[in-house]
Design a protein. Structure first.
Length: 168
């Protein structure tokens, strides 16, 4: 039995994931606290629309920050899925595997937990369980989407291989 050739390390996939982790770490600093982002948003809105109420800016800031959580941790979950898929691979031609999704999900949830825990030590930040749940839900939603999208792609690849073998 012939063994498959060794794969090279998937630098591209892991570099993307690590860069995204660095971005999340930067976002977790006092520089991007709600007070600072709220002030920047207020200045931006005033420059476009003139006088705006502080309460409206506060609501918009909170919504944008939660959207940022969902998008940021959803993207992290996807990038970690890609990295683990490239690292672990498969002997079969599959586009999705449960192990890649499970590892990506739990790593994303761990990063969210550590991020919120870290914020409890910063005077201008607050670590919230609610944000960990939101981030983890986003990671789970991305993994479900990947399953739904890639399962169909994997089935199409398997069908093509079956047709190819049958025609030979």
């Amino acid at each position: 039995m012939k063994t498959p050739p060794p794969k090279s390390f998937p630098w591209r996939e892991w570099t993307a994931a690590v860069l995204w982790l660095i971005l999340i770490a930067i976002e977790s600093t006092p520089w991007l606290s709600a007070k600072n982002t709220g002030h920047a948003l207020y200045q931006l809105l005033v420059s476009f629309f003139g006088p705006v109420s502080a309460s409206s800016v506060s609501v918009a800031n909170n919504v944008l920050r939660k959207v940022g959580h969902v998008a940021g941790y959803g993207i992290l979950s996807w990038l970690l899925f890609r990295a683990w898929r490239a690292t672990l691979g498969s002997y079969r031609a599959v586009a999705w595997a449960l192990s890649w999704s499970v590892i990506a999900f739990f790593m994303t949830a761990a990063v969210a937990s550590l991020d919120e825990w870290h914020q409890t030590f910063l005077p201008s930040r607050t670590g919230r369980l609610h944000d960990v749940i939101l981030d983890s839900a986003s990671a789970l939603a991305v993994q479900i989407l990947l399953f739904l999208i890639l399962r169909k792609r994997g089935a199409a690849v398997a069908d093509e291989q079956t047709v190819s073998v049958a025609s030979n």
